[in-house]
Design a protein. Sequence first.
Length: 93
Amino acid sequence: MIKIEKIKNNILLPIFAFIFAFFIGGLIIVFSDPEVMSNIKSPGKFLTSAGAKIGNSYLAVFQGSIYDINLARGESSLKVFILYQKLLSQPHH
């Protein structure tokens, strides 16, 4: 029984940390953008612009780090990063 609790705790903590980091990041994105903050008097406009800004920001992070469907050659950013790392790690003569 103790082993199950330990495994559950080891899995839940990183998941909650990930969710909390996304939440805090979203708050920082919203409160640091003057365009979004100018809509704070209108709750509908504020929530719409905040949601769009957060969504676009996290989409850009995903596209820049994992995969961008809009790339001309269709290569993933992760694949290009790994290729460059292999080239850089080869010994030079």
